[in-house]
Write a protein of this length. Structure first.
Length: 470
């Protein structure tokens, strides 16, 4: 028996779960499927960047993310069993009126996924586990996906969020262009360790033929994440005994200090970008579209941004009468952004880029995209423009992020008379000029970017009609 849905999301990682949440709150019938029997069990993508925290605020999970995570502690550098220095992973940063979340937040990936999964269930949707894709065929009206077990699913659109080895991407024949960032293999493991405090990230620099080893206390848990580099060609032992041997060889700890192994994996850092993010009615998102070195903390975050960009567009086409051509802007906007972030994460891995403003994703935008229209002239170089992230502020007692929250567009009228006619689905927030914004009219997209900006309403109605907002 064939199951029918509006959107089939393949993969229940952060990308697929975030997209499922965004679609569910828009009233779109979406099904998330996952080939594994449970959510991913490891801590791998543990750094949540400030822009992603803003997305999680909008999606309704920020309280849980903040409650179940923590700030990154300062690194303690060890030598011969003594702390000999400090290492700060990130350039100093602070919150300000524009930016409520000023620094990365540590949450183990498995916990992030639990939080997202709970929010998805709260909205009335669930994940179907044990559903491995074996094939798909698309036509003018939809896509039929076959599975190793269970009946086929017929969807109007499919989103491949099934990871770097995406079966859907390979089935579509979409290539990936990339490079090995570092030939030295890496170990990442979640363990329980005695003899180390939880107030520091513990850094053990390389010596001799061995690579570095770092031990992160995973916020909100009793676990530590061990990250270690090995010489090229090494076959990494992922057993408890193997990890004990690695820790004992590179630190002052005895093997038995590692009391428990909860999850382990090995990989070679690489960077790769899909040649396309769309083939007909199928979209690529997350690691299926781009694979990052973990050094810059960009993989999970760029993936969530993919979901956030695609979610409102699918919702607009399926539920709000927007033209199908709106979906073309997903690849137009996200592919160059993913390429930029691949450069950042590779630069961090090679020591060419500092973790800081460049890795927080607050400066990413879509100024050159076809959805970004700015009718103003003579703007100063630092002016907020169409395509930029819409900053937070308080306007006559109203926090702008509170006004933006939800699956709708928002019109800001700052020291400018609002238009006489505004679509009923677009709330208007009016008030005096606000620093960062200045004066004028600003139509804020559902994903928190300025779509249209002008000193007067000329051109606003035409833009709204183009997006199906009239």
């Amino acid at each position: 028996m064939t199951t029918h849905t509006d959107v089939l999301i393949v993969g229940a990682g952060p990308t697929g779960l975030a997209l499922g949440i965004d679609l569910a709150r828009r009233g779109v019938d979406a099904l998330v499927v996952e080939k594994a029997d449970a959510l991913f069990p490891g801590s791998r993508g543990k750094g949540i960047q400030p822009r992603t925290l803003e997305v999680f605020d909008d999606l309704g999970v920020i309280d849980a993310i903040l409650a179940q995570g923590g700030a990154y502690p300062v690194g303690a550098v060890w030598k011969d069993g003594r702390k000999v220095g400090e290492h700060r992973m990130f350039e100093p940063s602070e919150t300000d009126p524009d930016t409520p979340y000023g620094a990365p937040w540590m949450v183990p990936q498995w916990r992030t996924q639990e939080i997202l999964s709970a929010r998805l269930a709260e909205l009335g949707a669930t994940v179907a586990f044990g559903r491995e894709v074996t094939g798909l065929a698309q036509d003018r009206d939809g896509v039929t996906v076959e599975f190793a077990s269970g009946g086929p699913v017929r969807a109007r659109y499919v989103v491949a969020a099934d990871g770097g080895r995406s079966v859907v991407r390979r089935t579509l024949g979409i290539g990936m262009t990339g490079e090995t960032v570092d030939p030295n293999p890496m170990l990442v493991a979640d363990v329980r360790i005695t003899g180390l405090d939880r107030d520091n990230v513990h850094v053990f620099p390389p010596h001799g033929d061995t690579g570095f080893l770092a031990v992160f206390p995973l916020a909100g848990t009793e676990d530590f994440q061990v990250v270690a580099q090995f010489p090229e060609g090494t076959a990494i032992d992922l057993t408890l005994d193997g990890i004990r041997e690695t820790v004992a060889a590179r630190t002052h700890l005895a093997p038995e200090a590692v009391t428990e192994l909860r999850w382990a994996s090995d990989f070679r850092p690489r960077a790769a970008l899909a040649d396309r993010f769309r083939a007909g009615r199928v979209f690529l998102a997350g690691d299926a579209a781009h694979v990052h070195s973990p050094a810059g903390g960009q993989g999970l975050n760029t993936s969530v941004q993919d979901a956030y960009n695609l979610g409102w567009k699918l919702g607009a086409v399926l539920r709000e009468g927007a033209p199908e051509s709106l979906l073309d802007t997903y690849e137009e906007e996200r592919l160059p952004n993913a390429a930029d972030m691949l450069g950042v994460s590779t630069g961090v891995h090679r020591g060419e880029v500092r973790r800081g403003r460049a890795t927080q994703q607050l400066g990413l935008g879509y100024r050159n995209g076809s959805l970004s229209v700015d009718t103003r002239t003579g703007l100063p170089e630092d002016a907020l423009r169409a395509g930029d992230r819409a900053p937070d502020r308080t306007l006559d007692g109203v926090r702008l992020f509170d006004a933006f929250r939800g699956p709708h567009w928002t019109l800001l009228a700052l020291d400018t008379k609002p238009p006489a006619a505004v679509p009923a689905a677009v709330p208007v927030v009016a008030g005096p000029a606000v620093e960062t914004y200045g004066t004028g009219l600003f139509l804020i997209r559902p994903d928190g970017y300025v779509g249209w900006a002008g000193s007067t309403q000329d051109g606003l109605a035409r833009y709204a009609d183009r997006l199906g907002l009239g």
